[in-house]
Design a protein around this ligand. Structure first.
Ligand code: ZN
Length: 472
């Protein structure tokens, strides 16, 4: 049984000052206690930004000895409240913002090693400078940090081709809750030597330790890329189009994104400067992106694909990018949808995963049930190629969240029950954080939950690491 946690107090601050240089202490706490969706307001007894792994270890040793909660903090872009602790004794917020070094780029091994505080975009740039690709790509890449990406097993736009953050990581360095340092920055692709601590820490959302550095996989950089936005009559047709695209392009499909007409409508309403290339706003469309590492003309290939899709009755209209800037324009359209959503203001958002083949039926059933409850707008978009939908529910036009015919909790329950019925997951790429703790308890397999609790108790017997996240 863990003893009661204690807040950061004057005595602990004095001890922290005794073991850490003054530049580890942040004066301002507000940026570390707010989160993008405004659902949680965090607490902070002190915000520490250590400059080295040994300092992280010293902090955890002290926290473990005194029973002080620790909330690891990356870029603060998480969407499920994993980075802010709203309840309980004032914690140490441990920001990795000063540990941003690119440690090693090794094209021969196909690896890059970075400190956990490196911004995702900087990792991408360092890989590109060595003529390699680090493929993790997501909306927050300008400010999210790789340690957070790994701790939450982030997904994003290229999972279809390269896998999620877990699939991109070979090794980790991490500080465990007792302050011991695991030196696991391996460049090995194969290492079958027992329990995989790396895979345990990835997706643990700061509840089992603090990732301080990682060795990541690099890939060949596509030499030629193009994108197409194709109008489809339905999600079912979009799935058939995906099968057709796999036949045409094989491994070269980097992304296959479903876009709902409501998303384009929201862009019209909130971000009218974003150019919408199709004359009539389609109810459904798909953004296909291909990247060729060898030879070939991706624009010509996408044009031939579009013609085949038309012949098969899967697409009635579309646009194929003729240049890099046109491709960027199509991506800007897709990537602006979350911002438009934010400006409209959702009642409930869902990051769900489904068997790919179940997606059309799920969308139909979920939409029917919500519409039966009253007037709502649904924006359902996302990474169709890997079965990940962002199924977000908004007030009807001209109405506010307060006018919702259903409270947000009821909407979430309705959607997540249906997802469970289809054999899906209530969190595809955002994690559990604090927002979905009850969902994990409700939908998680009992044997798995018991094993998770046993692992947590074994590695963090005092319960100091990110209390309240993932598990109750
Ligand atoms: Zn996403």
């Amino acid at each position: 049984m863990p003893r009661a946690l204690k807040p950061v107090d004057a005595d602990l601050l004095r001890q922290l000052h005794a073991i850490l240089p003054v530049d580890c202490f942040r004066a301002e706490t507000t940026p570390y206690t707010t989160e993008p969706r405004g659902l949680f307001h965090g607490r902070a007894g002190v915000v520490l930004a250590p400059g080295a792994t040994e300092q992280v270890a010293a902090i955890l040793r002290l926290a473990n000895r005194t029973g002080t909660p620790v909330v690891p903090y990356g870029g603060g872009t998480g969407l499920v409240g994993g980075q802010v602790m709203p309840d309980g004794p004032d914690p140490i917020v441990l920001s990795l913002e000063r540990m941003t070094q690119i440690l090693d780029v090794n094209p021969a091994d196909g690896t890059i090693s970075v400190q956990a505080g490196a911004i995702l975009h900087d990792v991408q740039q360092a890989a590109a400078a060595a003529d390699r690709l680090f493929p993790l790509s997501l909306a927050a890449q300008g400010s999210c940090r790789i340690g957070g990406n790994l701790a939450t097993n982030a997904g994003g736009l290229n999972v279809l081709r390269y896998g999620n953050a877990r699939a991109l990581c070979l090794g980790l360095e991490a500080v465990l809750p007792d302050g011991s340092v695991w030196h696991g920055l391996t460049r090995l692709y194969k290492d079958n030597t027992g329990y995989d601590l790396r895979d345990l820490l990835i997706g643990s959302e700061g509840t089992l330790g603090v990732i301080t550095a990682a060795t990541l996989r690099l890939f060949a950089r596509p030499r030629a890329e193009a994108a197409a936005l194709l109008v489809v009559p339905s999600p079912a047709a979009a799935l058939e189009l995906l099968a057709l695209a796999r036949g045409h392009f094989g491994e070269a499909i980097s992304a296959f994104e479903l876009i709902h007409g409501t998303g384009l409508e929201f862009l019209d309403e909130t971000l009218p400067d974003i150019r919408q290339p199709l004359a009539r706003r389609p109810p459904w469309s798909v953004l296909v992106d291909i990247g060729l590492t060898g030879g070939g003309d991706p624009t010509a290939m996408l044009s031939a694909f579009y013609e085949a899709a038309e012949r098969a009755g899967l697409s009635s209209d579309g646009i194929v990018s003729q240049s890099g800037s046109q491709r960027a324009g199509l991506w800007q359209l897709r990537e602006s949808i979350p911002e438009a959503n934010k400006r409209i203001g959702s009642i409930a958002s869902h990051d769900i995963s489904l068997p790919v083949s179940a997606i059309p039926q799920f969308i139909e059933t979920a939409s029917e049930r919500l519409n039966a409850a009253g007037q709502l707008r649904i924006n359902c978009f996302g990474h169709l190629g890997d079965g990940n939908l962002h199924f977000n529910v908004f007030p009807a036009r001209g109405q506010s969240r307060a006018d919702s015919p259903l409270p947000p909790a009821d909407i979430r329950r309705l959607v997540h029950e249906l997802v469970a019925g289809f054999g899906g997951s209530f969190s595809a790429e955002h994690g559990v954080g604090r927002l979905k703790v009850a969902d994990l308890k409700r939908y998680g397999d009992p044997a798995r939950l018991a094993a998770m609790r046993a692992i947590k108790a074994a590695l963090d017997p005092n319960g100091i690491m990110n209390p309240g996240a993932v598990l109750e």
